[in-house]
Design a protein around this ligand. Structure first.
Ligand code: 4NP
Length: 154
């Protein structure tokens, strides 16, 4: 069965759609079959495409976010997805009201060499390139972990 990963941030218009698109591109390049999606803990931007400055920073590095649309995370996501990956500890705290914590992991745990404890929100920092670079490092580490898990199962 295909492994399913949901990325979660606050608005689902900056960090988590970028994490989804970057991880999808990197998984395809490695030949790893995954189901990927993203959602926000807040419903403010439901139905909207990713934030234009985030899309532009991603497009400059070859990632197309234009087809993605924001949605709000729901309790059913905890049944649908094998792992739920959050961008910061506020996201994790907000998700604790939605479903069990055992599936929830901080994205930065997959890029410990970065020294970052969370993915800073570029909607507020305006550092879209920095967020993208950290998300790329986290995605590489996540896919290393998925490949290592798959080797153990085999
Ligand atoms: P995200 O960034 O959680 O990375 O999508 C945000 C986008 C919008 C808002 C907050 C964070 N907002 O307050 O509208």
């Amino acid at each position: 069965m295909t492994y399913r990963i949901l990325f979660v941030c606050l608005g689902n218009i900056c960090r988590s759609p970028t994490a989804e698109a970057v991880t999808r591109a990197k998984a395809e390049a490695r030949g790893i079959d995954l189901v990927l999606d993203s959602a926000g803990t807040a419903g403010w931007h439901v139905g909207k495409p990713p934030y234009t400055p985030m899309q532009e920073a991603a497009r400059a590095k070859g990632y197309d976010l234009s087809a993605l649309r924001a949605r709000q995370v729901s309790t059913t996501d905890f049944g649908t997805f094998d792992r739920i990956i959050v961008m910061d500890s506020d996201n994790a705290a907000d998700l604790a009201a939605v479903g069990p914590a055992d599936k929830v992991t901080l994205f930065t745990e997959f890029a410990s060499q970065s020294g970052m404890e969370h993915v800073p929100d570029p909607y507020f920092t305006r550092d879209f390139d920095g967020a993208l670079a950290l998300i790329e490092a986290c995605a590489d580490g996540l896919l290393d972990s998925v490949e290592a898990d798959a080797r153990q199962v085999r």
